[in-house]
Design a protein around this ligand. Structure first.
Ligand code: T46
Length: 134
């Protein structure tokens, strides 16, 4: 199975413009405890470069685009988030990198847990080691 799991978010807009609704335990397969957004990423800057032990997330580029790299220690796959209708499911124990942000990119993230730095694995070798123990 592919590491890239995309939710297709239905467009509810009309002639006035776009509208997309995202609902806990319906569109998103977990209770949403936190929402954050990344914007104004400077040219040439890449972000991420970590995994989470338990956190699950859905990432949506509500404006602009960026390229995600996902890695489970055995496979590395990439996907462009280039539409507000695409929700990328990022499972726990998945290394993620975000590259090639456009100037107008607003990356919205829905998270299954509150912020906890102890859940981060920011070293790739440690990520591989913990993954092998699981
Ligand atoms: C992820 C990708 C997609 C907080 O204090 N609270 C928060 O909820 C978040 C997300 C971050 N922070 C602090 C932690 C750092 O001092 O904000 C700073 C920047 O976070 P970080 O370097 O982890 O940002 P990214 O863009 O590398 O990663 C973020 C999320 O942290 C991460 O969970 O999966 O976006």
């Amino acid at each position: 199975m592919s590491l890239v799991k995309l939710l297709s978010l239905p467009e509810l807009g009309d002639s006035r413009g776009g509208l997309i609704a995202v609902e806990e335990n319906q569109t998103v397969p977990f209770p949403i405890k936190r929402v954050y957004y990344i914007y104004g990423t400077q040219p040439g800057i890449a972000r991420g470069f970590h995994a989470h032990k338990a956190l699950k997330q859905i990432a949506i580029c509500v404006s602009g685009k960026c390229r995600f790299v996902l890695d489970d220690g055995a496979r590395r796959e990439e996907v462009w988030l280039d539409s507000p209708t695409k929700g990328l499911v990022i499972e726990d124990m998945t290394w993620r990198e975000m590259h090639d942000f456009t100037e107008d990119c607003i990356l919205l993230v829905l998270a299954s847990e509150h912020y906890d730095e102890r859940d981060y694995i920011r070293n790739y070798d440690e990520f591989l080691k913990i993954g092998r123990l699981k």
